[in-house]
Design a protein around this ligand. Sequence first.
Ligand code: SF4
Length: 321
Amino acid sequence: MKKSLVEVKNLKKYFPIQKGIFSRTIGHVKAVDGLDFTIYEGETLGLVGESGCGKSTTGKMLLQLLHPTEGEVIYEGENLVGMPSGKLRKFRKDLQMVFQDPYASLDPRLTVFDIIAEPLEIHKVVQGKEKIRRVEELLHIVGLSGYHARRYVNEFSGGQRQRIGIARALALNPKLIVADEPVSALDVSIQSQVINLMQDLQEQFNLTYLFIAHDLSVVKHISNRIGVMYLGRLVEMADKHELFDSPKHPYTKALLSAVPTPSPMIKKERIVLQGDVPSPANPPSGCSFHPRCNECMEICKTEEPELKHIDGQYIACHLYA
Ligand code: SF4
């Protein structure tokens, strides 16, 4: 039976919109607006959606790098939201992040040794020679060499930098890694190397991933289940095969119709979404996707669909009431 590692309940993040010399709050940007989902031990849960849909904000709230406006993140039976920092420190070791941009996320003034050793020092895990040995071990684990420790990050390619970022994330033997667009800044040829490395590491260390990306082909390759987000909400979540073979939500269908097929002989109809993603500061009434949906009904304009469990898939759409 699948064992849950993280449970997210009614998670919200509203950013205040302030105006005037007194910074009066005149509204909120609803970046994440009520998420409920579970991440199971050892799986990769992919999170997809257009930019601005709240994927990265969700990842940061899971790790408590951003404080949620409301909701719970349950890890090992304890709610991390609002936990005192001293107690939270114990859990931080288990929950790590790999960032999108390996050029911006690693400090160019530090050597690779300093970058990877930093979490070991902060958490006082190892010291002296043992620290040097651990950094070299981590470099080998991600396919680099011990002598790379003395170099600076600007001496490395994008793919190598992302390997350094992964080594840093692995330093404290985490259980969950939130990977936020970890390959989108890399060349296509390098992307598959980093994805394969992440899959090998997952097997080797029984890691659980929340894999955030906008590239559906990449997400399909690495994920077990996939959640589709639109304007801060989950609109569909399913096993990856179910989702790709029989997408239900009109937004998921449109996203998948834009994924290139492996063969030019396979023809599929492209569903072109009308208009832009609405502002999360002023989302449409009812189903927030209704102004762009080609299957919109009257009820969709006024009533917000709930996320329901139907035939093994979670879906928020009035077509499946
Ligand atoms: Fe389209 Fe209505 Fe379903 Fe929203 S609820 S996705 S508008 S059919």
